[in-house]
Design a protein around this ligand. Structure first.
Ligand code: URA
Length: 256
């Protein structure tokens, strides 16, 4: 890693730490002398590196989270997207719905027939189950959370997303999450987990522990459509949701 990358990575880790600590009652952080010295050396390295680059041609750098495009701008870009063949079969794009400042974001797989028709994620049978989990289980309004999918267009006949479709659509999700910066992300099913965690592991192996998505605690659970086929696993999803709720309430601060 060059000093700038090292600095950005340390900064992200520090931001995640501060975010966690800010949820604690004392709202203070004590650094060990070693960590303080490391941060000091990183800031020196970054200053040196910035000075060295002062005369270099300027290059575009990723905007900080609060400068990420607005959700309205992203939704417009999605509406205009023709990067893959799904644009030829979609009725409309399905960007996302809910509170733009949500503490919790649910990420599903892709719109189905109902979502394609209505332009809103999770409005069919699986969506009703997700709504029940949110409203009846978590006791929050659906509008309080944010809900979106990895793919913003419906794959014909609800087939699984192709790797190239996921790769092309992923930047929209990345920017959506960078804009919202929720306290917790809940990945619904294997496709969302694979995209967000860049893993080939299945839901059964990924659930039951916390993961780290860009410094944001992420929990993997079963997709509601799977639960409709396998209702005996509803208890496991409820366990996962309860862990999510503990983090949202500040009762638990996950080590991510
Ligand atoms: N399944 C999903 O993954 N997303 C939806 O929006 C609907 C069903």
């Amino acid at each position: 890693m060059n000093p700038v990358e090292l600095y950005k990575s340390a900064l992200e880790d520090t931001q995640a730490l501060v975010r966690q600590l800010s949820q604690r009652p004392r709202k203070t952080a004590t650094l060990s002398p070693e960590v303080a010295a490391l941060l000091e050396s990183l800031s020196t390295a970054a200053v040196d590196s910035t000075e060295a680059q002062a005369d270099a041609p300027s290059v575009a750098s990723a905007p900080p989270p609060n400068e990420a495009p607005s959700l309205a701008e992203l939704a417009e870009a999605v509406r205009a997207c023709k990067q893959c063949s799904l644009c030829e079969t979609r009725t409309q794009t399905v960007f996302g719905v809910g509170n733009e400042n949500a503490d919790l974001v649910f990420v599903g797989e892709a719109p189905g027939a109902d979502e394609d028709a209505q332009g809103e994620p999770f409005v069919g049978k699986a969506g009703q189950l997700l709504t029940d989990i949110i409203v009846k289980g978590m006791k929050v309004r659906r509008e309080e959370v944010y809900i979106c999918n990895v793919l913003k267009c419906r794959p014909p006949n609800n087939r699984n997303p192709k790797p190239e479709e996921m790769a092309q659509c992923e930047p929209f999700l990345v920017q959506q999450l960078a804009r919202i910066r929720p306290k917790v992300i809940c990945a619904l099913g294997g496709v969302a987990a694979k995209c967000l965690l860049q893993t080939e592991e299945g839901v059964g192996r990924l659930r039951g522990r916390w993961h780290n998505y860009q410094g944001i605690p992420l929990r993997v659970t079963y997709h509601p459509a799977y639960l409709l086929r396998t209702p005996s696993d509803k208890g496991k999803v409820w366990e996962d949701i309860q862990e999510v709720m503990k983090v949202l309430s500040g009762e638990v601060i996950p080590e991510v």
